[in-house]
Design a protein around this ligand. Structure first.
Ligand code: NAD
Ligand code: 3PG
Length: 533
């Protein structure tokens, strides 16, 4: 059945066309994002949800979204999506990080000009027939210092525009490298220095615990008198009450505000202030940007729903459409290795090491790790996938280590999973041959070549006569048909393992009968989802 996508915010209809062209059923209901109750009623029907900032993807909505696999944000900020809740439910959240950057940077630059020359006020006055030529004395921006807080995609575009306008551009961003600063022609400074030197301050960070209230009364006190502040990033970066006080006192000469603490901002004390230029979150609102983000989000969501390719996901490693087919069997391999250990381990897991040998070390190991972790914890948490597994593993305090190494044996490459509990360490290794089927190649240090079956019985035993007979008899007596049998041992008379491939699950109640044999150390029934193996 074709996947179904709901577009619940106002997106360019380019997105709708792309979904349809890619064979996805799409409902375009751009006002639904504002109707929480209706959205809750219908969300259970959809595999994908495409949004902008109006739809609030809350935990409640996520819990009602029983089929949902992907939320696509046509834009940058995902602060309207409960990412931890989505991750726990295995829902990918993706955004379009570049589609509206130029447009938003241009809005910030427009704010600089609007504030420098009081264009909105002068416009209103002139339209009113007042001709107040002497009231609107502006400032030049040439030679002024532009302070950029957050020099990522948008901040760096603003920086280049500032340089082009002959401003002196300084930037504070903990992740801005010296070479990037040099390339952009900006001077890297600490935040306090930026506050004390800038004539214009423009914000371009996400809203995080570190950036919330980054401009408050204390910060404003450090600024030059007559500074102008621009926020086209997120409400919450600036303490509005403190800004209002500074605008009233004249310490801040003007503010260009596109984003507000509460949105939609129908009432705000900033409104009506003479030295405030306000726009209703218009940063991304150009035809070009809206075409870009609609196109990007629809392509990314379609690629995921149809091909399993992941790009620009906030909560999952990327998998390109090109690598997805090559990666797929190894994702399955990693998952079955995890599932094997997850099913035989009873104690709480403390540490996991995932070794990538040879060709597997060159693959997208973040995705493979997520798959291995999903298999590993599925016996404890049934509703887990590659998106939710890392967060669940972290919540359980399990330490995960990745090791990569060059080809070390006969296989082009393999994956080995080692899991430690308080009492013991277990390991299992596997690979995929050219048929794309995962195989176990080492269990408990014993080499073998074993396919993965849906219903299996796994025993560890002493290498002694009678094991095959015992297992055959027990299965026969209980009406369980053995489809295949694999044995392995480290040396004659040493440790051995047996893997039975069964047509039906091995009956739980018969396990004790197997375990009671003197040569059997342990017996476990295993189940693998072989649907896509
Ligand atoms: N007004 C709008 O319509 C509109 C449109 C697009 C984006 N945005 C917002 O603009 C902001 C920037 O978007 P972007 O695409 O440039 O993001 P980005 O991730 O490319 O850049 C953000 C930068 O902020 C930096 N940063 C993080 N914490 C910081 C801190 N404590 N101090 C200083 N710098 C810090 C990061 O290192 C990064 O370089 C986001 O909040 C986004 O939601 C608003
Ligand atoms: O983060 C963004 O991309 C902007 O805030 C744009 O939001 P919008 O799509 O609601 O205009």
């Amino acid at each position: 059945m074709a996947p179904r996508v709901l577009v619940s915010d106002k997106l360019s209809t380019t997105a709708v066309q792309i979904f349809r062209d890619r064979g996805i059923e799409v409902d375009y209901l751009p006002d639904l994002g504002k109707d929480k109750e209706k959205l809750l009623e219908v969300i259970g029907q959809y595999d994908g949800l495409a949004i902008r900032s109006a739809t609030k993807v809350t935990e409640k909505l996520i819990n009602a979204a029983t089929k949902l696999k992907v939320v696509g944000r046509a834009g940058i900020g995902v602060d309207n999506v409960d990412i931890p809740a989505a991750s726990r439910k295995g829902i990918i959240v993706m955004n379009t990080p570049f589609g509206n950057s130029i447009t938003t940077a241009e809005h910030a630059v427009a704010m600089i000009f609007a504030l420098a020359r009081q264009i909105p006020e002068a416009n209103a006055s002139t339209h009113a027939g007042k001709w107040e030529k002497n009231r609107f004395m502006g400032i030049e921006i040439t030679g002024k210092t532009l302070g950029i807080i957050g020099c990522g995609n948008i901040g760096s575009i603003v920086a280049t525009r500032g340089v082009g306008l002959k401003m002196h551009v300084i930037a504070f961003d903990p992740f801005l490298s010296d070479s990037r600063a040099e390339e952009l022609g900006v001077e890297k400074v600490e935040l306090d220095e930026l506050f004390t030197r800038a004539d214009f301050i423009t914000l371009h960070t996400p809203l995080t615990d570190k950036t919330r209230n980054i401009i408050d009364a204390t910060a404003i006190a450090r600024m030059k008198p007559g500074v102008r502040i621009i926020n086209c990033a997120r409400g919450g970066l600036v303490v509005e009450a403190d800004l209002i006080a500074a605008l009233k006192s004249g310490k801040v000469a003007g503010a260009g505000i596109d984003v507000f603490e509460v949105e939609p901002a129908e009432y705000n004390e900033l409104f009506g202030m003479e030295n405030v230029v306000a726009t209703p979150h218009l940063g991304a609102s150009t035809t070009e940007a809206q075409e870009n983000v609609a196109l990007h989000v629809a392509e990314q969501m379609s690629d995921y729903l149809i091909k399993g390719a992941v790009s620009n996901a906030i909560n999952m490693p990327s998998i390109t459409a090109e690598e997805a087919p090559r990666l797929k069997p190894f994702v399955k391999l990693a998952e079955v290795l995890g599932a094997f250990v997850g099913q035989v381990t009873e104690d709480p897991i403390k540490e996991v090491e995932i070794l990538f040998d040879g060709s597997t070390a060159t693959m997208n190991t973040r995705a493979l790790i997520s798959a291995a972790l999903a298999g590993l914890i599925r016996p404890q948490v049934s509703d887990v996938n590659m998106v939710s597994a890392p967060i669940m593993v972290k919540e359980r305090g399990i330490i995960v280590a990745e090791v990569k190494r060059d080809k070390s044996g006969v296989f082009d490459g393999y994956i080995k999973l080692t899991v430690k509990t308080e009492h013991r360490t277990r390991s299992i290794a596997g690979t995929c041959f050219s048929d794309g089927k995962p195989r176990f190649i080492q269990i408990k240090g014993i080499n073998l070549d074993a396919e993965v079956g849906q219903h299996m019985l796994y025993t560890t035993n002493a290498d002694a006569p009678g094991i095959i007979g015992l297992l055959g008899t027990v299965c026969g007596e209980n009406g369980v048909n053995i489809a295949n049998f694999q044995l392995g041992r480290n040396r004659p008379g040493g440790d051995a393992i047996a893997l039975l491939y069964l047509d039906a699950p091995f009956p739980e109640k018969v396990l004790e009968q197997v375990r009671s044999h003197k040569s059997i150390d342990s017996a476990k029934r295993l189940h693998f989802d072989v649907g896509s193996v």
